[in-house]
Design a protein around this ligand. Sequence first.
Ligand code: HEM
Length: 350
Amino acid sequence: MSEPQPILDPLSLAAIFLVVTIDEGGEAQVRDLLADMPGLRRSVGFRLPGRDLTCVTSIGSSAWDRLFSGPRPAELHEFPGYVGAVHEAPATPGDLLFHIKAQTQDGCFELAMVIGDRLAGAGKIIDQTVGFRYFEQRDLLGFVDGTENPEGKEAVASALIGDEDPDFRDGSYVIVQKYTHPLDEWRALSTEEQERVIGRTKLDDFELSDAEKPANSHVAVNTIEEADGTERKILRANMPFGSVKDGEFGTYYVAYAATPSVTELMLQRMFVGTEEAAYDRILDFSVAVTGTSFFTPANDFFDELPPPPEQASTAAGESPESSGVETTGMSAPFETGHGSLGIGTLKRSR
Ligand code: HEM
């Protein structure tokens, strides 16, 4: 039975997000790293009892085809990007996303270093964002962020793939975007005006009534109902980030969903508008600087990765067993020769 990666866990206090591109020819080494990720996480995490170190590893659309053959997640595609009359959401590169989480930064940083070492010569970390949990789960705009996330069965249904794509059951689609906030402009608004931008009260985090909540408020734009009144939800795990020295104050937006179409519809509404609103007013105070989509496979995917594309073409008609690849307890030729510790090989001998 498959089991999801730890995306349903409660929000962590610390996180590091690594967005990686894979070098031409680096695919085999990256496959090795992916196969070793569960073991690497255990090696670092076991030494930090009570810190709940986890890592959710996700793969981008073009990287998928470079790394694997066989079935593909049905809705995996590149982040489309959005251009509205006033605001834009750029699509930026990214082949892999490592969402490292824990109660403290030490384990996140250690695991990030291990990943960096294992990527050397095969890929580049093009963005590292250190996220932190701000007091009372607030974002740097000062509002509590995450309240209306789905819980329990609703979280499972919103975030995880079910029968609709049986090969990828318990997987998820994740979209990340980095936003920066021009805090001086934001602070120039009264608290009441800020509340009308978000659609909730600032101090005690209650939703404004329908009469008080403008159509272009963040909450109004992101509340999507089907014809039968069912709400379409996503599972957000946003983290504040920033540098006081550089005057950078940001939100790392991260949302997991059973289908990317829900998150994409929200983005479409935020940037391009709805029938009632030209755009989400939060964007007047939040500038999207990155945007990338990935697929988050279930845990067991890493125990036995699909064959690489080369193997699929050269070993046509040959079963993985008869080709001796990935089932023998020995690393296949494409997975060796780069000085890896071969932890994945140990793992496969379990
Ligand atoms: C600048 C980045 C963002 C910030 C600071 C931010 C902040 C917030 C805050 C404070 C809330 C209200 C409390 C809550 O329910 O969490 C909220 C709600 C929400 N946000 Fe965002 N958000 C950001 C970007 C986005 C994006 C890009 C999306 C979707 C593509 C999104 C989707 C939602 C949804 C679905 C809700 C819940 C609406 C409801 O059901 O009440 N947010 N956000």
